[in-house]
Design a protein around this ligand. Sequence first.
Ligand code: NDP
Length: 282
Amino acid sequence: MMGKLIDGKRVAKQAREAIAAKVAQRVSEGKRVPGLAVIIVGEDPASQVYVRNKERASKAAGFKSEVIRMDASVAQAELLAEIDRLNADPSIDGILVQLPLPRHLDENMVLARIEAAKDVDGFHTLNAGALFTGQTGTIACTPKGILRLLDVYEVPVAGKHAVVVGRSNIVGKPAAMLLLSRNATVTLCHSRTEDLALHTRMADILVVAVGSKHLITPEMIKPGAVVIDAGINRVDGVLYGDVDTEGAMDVVSLITPVPGGVGPMTIAMLLENTLEACERHG
Ligand code: NDP
């Protein structure tokens, strides 16, 4: 079997174009544009790249974009005060604090300070809780992007066995909850899972979000499975996923490449969450 690649770049571009068209429509109706504020603390090179990409995409969609750069030694109170200012700013619909934060800052407290209605990352406990209890809330961008790819490629989810590897709050756990809400039978694996391959081999849909180059080898994949690889591993300047994509092509029906699969969807879904917040705020 020769698998097909899922073109996340194309799907993300279409999503961004649809968002830009909606923003243009708002402008033509005399309404304000969505506003996205990104706070970055310190000089982490990967975070700098992510923030630049978010700023660029945000501007290209016609959003108001604000990037707040804070020194790595910033006091927690100063960071919280900045979040308070953005919470109170009616031109800002989405506030995002780029993670990871320097160790002296309390990540949970910082994320909790963002008003849930402006939490376009979907990390606030109110939004995570809404997903957990089947209520409407903002869904974290990467898992939302994963589900969008499955939908666009018309992958049946209900009744299928979905195996998610990785249980972080930002990818693995919400991805598992979303798949469950779509009536998949879900298995959630992690670093303490005994015999990972036993589980992955049973997956009709395999979602991997670990951060370990080529953790998933072709022998660990069920023939005909759909594989979504969220992993980003930079080794000697080259990006790799968590799945050995080249080897897996002979086994899968569909698979996301790295780069060009899940990654572009994350930013597109961030813009979508911000536009939706703007439409709610009026
Ligand atoms: P975390 O480090 O927060 O979580 C990694 C998870 O993988 C943990 O649950 C951990 O288990 C599990 N794990 C580690 N080793 C193994 C193993 N050998 N077998 C099974 N499970 C294992 O990472 P994130 O969820 O934040 O990110 C995961 C990957 O996705 C990274 O490569 C990251 O760069 C990428 N990513 C990509 C995004 C995108 O836009 N495409 C967005 C966000 C992340 P345990 O809980 O037991 O420690």
